[in-house]
Ligand binder design. Structure first.
Ligand SMILES: [Zn+2]
Length: 354
């Protein structure tokens, strides 16, 4: 292998082969051969991208650029008494810089990971630990706040509540259900056991199975503590942001913001899917209605959303096409009707005045 020899006086460089004897390192090139006294090599070998630089003699010293590690090791071995070594500093520095970059990138990634996934995970765990009574207390405040600006349809509330009770869904919550007079096609759940149904969505619904599907879906948001989880998440995010930016005054407004968010409680895709799927299970386990009611309701809502003003139910329940497909898949696993659809069918006729 060819190495480079740089003459310290002339700074001229030539390509050389080397050969070692006991006292000298011989440089062999096309033009000349020269012997470097081994004892005059500097101890420290510098590693550069061009090769290992071995210095020789006094100022202006000559340099030998050795291209490969094997040759360098051969030189070190040949003259062990000289104590020649490869300088570690650059390598160590290089490693330190790489390590610092890795640590930096990992820290940034971790912060984002904690924010996006860890926060979701933690919010779920915390929400599960909150007792139902506490959720109900908190939910009641939101519910009353909401009702202070809404107009309750008492007769319809009684009928839809009776319809809901006749389905015997499984829930540990004392469900309070209201129908409010509103042109917005919407229904939503408030943590702790509150379901709000807008009168407009009752106009859209014309099968008892559709109403059962809607209620099963909303009930699952409550049973699975989706809204509570969202609140905990938002509170957690505010605390995290406060920790990073130190703006303590802002954090107090989080509860106020929660009340603002009440009417448009947004659930993630996973929560919606869970509400659909567990809702289907509820229908199958406790009622005589099939999950096809849920499908036909969602298809109607999808159609209505094609107008200028999409129903709020859809704007807060995104990705309707995929959800309908998923329900169509899941509904296949359920058996035929096992329960009577009375008295809910009769109550439904009263709701629809037919
Ligand atoms: Zn939903």
């Amino acid at each position: 292998m060819k190495h480079i020899y740089i003459d310290g006086h002339t700074q001229s460089s030539i390509s050389v082969d080397i050969s070692l004897n006991d006292k000298e390192l011989l440089l062999i090139s096309m033009s000349k051969s020269e012997a470097l006294e081994a004892a005059k090599f500097h101890k420290k070998i510098e590693k550069t991208p061009d090769g290992y630089i071995l210095k020789h003699g006094d100022q202006p010293y000559n340099s030998l650029v050795i291209k490969d590690l094997n040759t360098i090791n051969g030189i070190i071995k040949k003259y062990p008494y000289l104590g020649i070594y490869i300088e570690k500093k650059n390598r160590t520095m290089h490693k330190l810089i790489v390590a610092a970059i890795v640590v930096f990138v990992l820290s940034i990634f971790s912060i984002f990971a904690i924010y996006f996934w860890g926060l979701d995970w933690a919010a779920k765990k915390v929400a599960q630990q909150i007792p139902i009574e506490k959720e109900a207390e908190l939910g009641k405040q939101f519910f009353e706040q909401y009702l202070s600006t809404a107009q309750v349809d008492q007769p319809q509330t009684q009928l839809v509540d009776s319809f809901f009770k006749s389905l015997h869904f499984n829930t540990p919550y004392a469900i309070k259900l209201v129908v409010v007079k509103s042109d917005v096609v919407n229904a939503f759940a408030i943590p702790g056991g509150y379901i709000v149904v807008n009168s407009a969505i009752l106009n859209t619904i014309d099968q008892p199975a559709e109403l059962a599907g809607l209620l099963a879906h909303e009930l699952t948001h409550i049973n699975k503590k989706h809204g509570t989880q969202n609140m905990v998440r938002e509170l957690g995010a505010t605390i995290l942001i406060t920790m990073f930016f130190g703006d303590y005054n802002e954090s107090g407004s989080v509860l106020v913001r929660q009340i603002d968010n009440l009417k448009s409680l947004k659930y993630g895709r996973d929560m919606e899917q869970e509400a659909d799927e567990i809702g289907l299970q509820q229908l199958d386990n406790h009622t005589g209605y099939s999950g096809f009611g849920m499908i036909s309701l969602f298809e109607k809502l999808k159609k209505e959303s094609k107008g200028d003003a999409p129903p709020e139910f859809l704007s807060t329940h995104p990705d309707m096409d995929n959800r309908i497909k998923n329900i169509q898949q899941k509904v296949k696993i359920y058996k035929k009707q096992k329960f009577s659809t009375e008295p809910s069918d009769s109550i439904f006729k009263l709701i629809k005045k037919i």
